[in-house]
Design a protein. Structure first.
Length: 252
């Protein structure tokens, strides 16, 4: 149970931290991006995953402050790895509700400016809820982000709220195949979803990333299906910035 006072303290005390999971070129093994994943470094409960607090934040008045904190940590990390010679974007997850805030694009652009980063240094991973998909403001917000040159990725692609209807409306440059399809590739149906998504990506000329790649076998099958990129425990778990920098330097 997360209480409002807890969240306020956590934000004031910078208890929300960000770890980074590499996204890898399935052909060369090179790291081509890193996804920022939030954790709550809780004084009493240790490190808590998003499943333990994200709902509470999204229902609270603290969502914008939380998103701002994650964005700042992610952009600051991108500045650090770019200075070390790794010119790869950072991917940041966006709560559906943030897409209802007309000031959201400005806050993103201001963050990039503050960190002296070009728009292509950032990928925003979005999903949509059914309710939100009916609202024009979401389209305006996504349009403004796209117009500013920020790359949009459709997260959890193939699942309920992140599907073909969204793709038809939202100007995305990347599809992230949900990990359920990757773990289920042994079955005909899941393999077909992966294959179709890869083909969709090719015809739309957008990047495709497979999530939840856990085995060498899955990596090989994805590559055979033409999937260009992957992310998952096979390559690395999310890790603190310092560990990512070390891993980039020595190779994965
Ligand atoms: O890191 P982990 O495997 O526990 O992430 C679980 C879920 O939390 C994923 O769906 C991920 O998209 C989401 N998530 C992680 N960090 C953030 C964040 O900073 N903002 C939002 N909105 N979602 C996040
Ligand atoms: O929804 P989103 O794609 O943002 O979720 C990312 C989540 O997936 C994070 O919670 C991350 O820890 C988790 N994750 C990353 N790689 C793997 C993996 O190989 N297997 C599983 N089961 N989860 C993974
Ligand atoms: Mn994601
Ligand atoms: Na996902």
């Amino acid at each position: 149970l997360v209480l409002g006072g807890d969240l306020a303290r956590a934000l004031a005390e910078d208890e929300f931290i960000v770890e980074f999971q590499p996204i890898v070129d399935l052909g060369t093994g090179e790291v081509i991006a890193a996804e920022a994943l939030a954790r709550w470094s809780h004084p009493d409960h240790g490190e808590l995953p998003p499943a333990k607090f994200l709902d509470a934040i999204e229902r609270s008045t603290q969502l914008a402050a939380f998103a701002e904190s994650v964005l700042n940590q992610a952009l600051s990390a991108a500045v650090t790895w770019r200075a070390a010679g790794y010119i790869i974007p950072v991917a940041v997850n966006v709560s559906p509700r943030s897409l209802l805030d007309p000031r959201f694009p400005d806050s993103i652009e201001a963050g990039l400016r503050r960190h002296g980063l070009p728009p292509e240094a950032l990928v925003l991973e979005v999903t949509e809820s059914l309710m939100l998909s009916q609202l024009e403001v979401v389209d305006e917000v996504l349009g403004a982000l796209r117009a500013a040159g920020i790359v949009l990725a459709l997260d959890d692609f193939g699942t309920g709220y992140s599907s073909l209807s969204t793709l038809a409306r939202v100007p995305v440059q990347e599809l992230k195949i949900d990990r359920d399809f990757v773990s289920g590739m042994d079955s005909q149906a899941e393999a077909a979803v992966v294959r179709s998504t890869v083909e969709l990506g090719r015809s739309l000329q957008v990047m495709v990333v497979a999530e939840g790649v856990e085995s060498e076998d899955q990596r090989r099958r994805l590559w055979e299906l033409g999937c260009p990129a992957g992310q998952g425990y096979l390559f690395a778990r999310a890790m603190p910035l310092n560990a990512l920098l070390a891993a980039l330097a020595r190779g994965f």
